[in-house]
Design a protein around this ligand. Structure first.
Ligand code: CUA
Length: 196
């Protein structure tokens, strides 16, 4: 009561009207702050895109999600890690409510790895924590990501697109082992680290 009347910061204004000059100054300050925030966000996108190679996947390949399990590339016997003649490996996974198949993938370190995923139902997300691997798995399409791992160990692989009530329980792992400990696979063999 008396406190507000004696507040030295409170300037008496006629009928509470703020002077026009002050309104303009405040608005200009906010425009400058917003432009600065936009500039910082654009810089973060450009810098991370250039330095961490974060970019949208360019692969467009279509597939029938209703017949994934019946045969072809995503038949159950073809899932997991396959060795390629050039020394690289290809990992094939299916994302479905609410798991990845296989749920544990083994790959060798310091080796080019190509992940190929498809969804049997709704949109899921494919993300490897601590790497630049991050894409959506959209039914009807094959998601392809190429990478290689130089650090050994277990990479967590959460689904990061909300896909239903079981979304938060949809996890898998990628286990990176030394090249010498990776099994020698024939062209038809597939491997994973799923406990049988
Ligand atoms: Cu699958 Cu969220």
């Amino acid at each position: 009561m008396a406190e507000t009347e004696t507040n030295p910061l409170r300037r008496p204004l006629p009928d509470g009207i703020v002077p026009e000059g002050e309104v303009t100054r405040t608005e200009n300050r906010w425009i400058a702050i917003v432009l600065g925030m936009l500039g910082v966000m654009m810089a973060v996108i450009v810098v991370t895109g250039v330095t961490n190679a974060l970019h949208p996947p360019s692969n467009v390949e279509i597939i029938d999600p209703t017949t994934l399990h019946l045969g072809g590339e995503f038949a159950e016997s073809n899932l997991g890690t396959a060795a390629e003649p050039d020394g690289s490996v290809t990992v094939r996974l299916i994302a479905e409510q609410y798991n990845f198949v296989p749920e544990c993938v083994r790959v060798p370190a310091d080796t080019p790895v190509k992940f190929r995923l498809s969804s049997a139902d709704v949109i899921h997300g494919f993300l490897l924590v601590g790497t630049n691997v991050n894409t959506m798995v959209v039914p009807g399409f094959v998601a392809e990501v190429r990478t290689s791992f130089n650090a050994l160990g277990d990479y967590r692989m959460p689904c990061h697109e909300f896909c239903g009530v079981g979304h938060q329980g949809m996890w898998a792992h990628v286990n990176v082992v030394p090249k010498g400990r990776f099994p020698h696979l024939s062209t038809t063999e597939r491997t994973s680290c799923v406990q049988q």
